[in-house]
Design a protein around this ligand. Structure first.
Ligand SMILES: Nc1ncnc2c1ncn2[C@@H]1O[C@H](COP(=O)(O)OP(=O)(O)OP(=O)(O)O)[C@@H](O)[C@H]1O
Ligand SMILES: [Mg+2]
Length: 191
């Protein structure tokens, strides 16, 4: 099958689109436990970028599971495929010249590395939104930790499934120590 497909290049490339938009297309990849603050921070960063006249687009875990990834569950294999697809989609958005905010637990290093490679290392920033399982379970904004602890959710990251901490992230945002405003400022420093 792969033998019969061939990349077809256009004449307008990423650099040309970036010149048009006056910005660098990139992926800001937020990883961390459920409830660590990925979506909350991404939403505020998106608002601030908009205010500054920057074109951005937000990709969020739950949202994409309503459509593109609605055929996927939460087994290790499905999570891997979930992140593989998101990594490819984020890379396309960055290639379009947009500042792409991707918020996914993305618990496995291999998945995040694949996303980095899809976007190109120079276009990818890994942001570790850090908070302990205890703090996240305390916040429990979606009530998921309570369910997971009762055994009502299988493969719940931090409880019954692993989270592999980033070894060398571009930024660590410790949401147990920083306010939301401080967290947002740190992220904007990457753009
Ligand atoms: N500095 C902070 N930055 C972001 N959120 C914070 C901060 N301090 C406390 N919070 C709170 O933490 C919670 C984070 O929830 P949020 O939905 O953003 O998590 P998430 O990482 O997107 O989780 P999920 O993976 O389940 O989507 C919110 O209730 C938010 O108000
Ligand atoms: Mg979220």
């Amino acid at each position: 099958m792969v033998d019969n497909i061939k990349w077809h290049s256009g004449e307008i490339n990423k650099a040309a689109r970036e010149e048009l938009l006056g910005q660098q297309g990139m992926v800001l990849w937020f990883t961390g436990l459920s409830g660590s603050g990925k979506s909350t921070i991404a939403v505020e960063v998106e608002k601030e970028l908009y205010r500054r006249g920057r074109a951005s687009y937000r990709l969020d875990g739950d949202n994409l599971r309503f459509g593109l990834n609605k055929d996927l569950g939460f087994t290790a294999a499905d999570r891997e495929e979930n992140i593989r697809r998101i990594g490819e989609v984020a890379a396309l958005f960055a290639d379009a010249g947009l500042i792409t905010l991707a918020s996914f637990i993305s618990p496995y290093r291999s998945g995040r590395e694949a996303a980095r490679e899809a976007a190109g290392v120079e276009n990818f920033k890994e942001i570790y939104v850090k908070a302990s399982v205890e703090a996240c379970a305390e916040r429990d904004p979606k009530g998921l930790y309570a369910k997971a602890k009762k055994g009502e959710i299988e493969n719940f990251t931090g409880i019954s499934a692993p989270y592999e901490e980033p070894e060398n992230p571009d930024l660590i945002v410790d949401t147990e120590k920083l306010s939301l405003e401080e967290s947002v400022e740190l992220v904007l420093g990457l753009v």
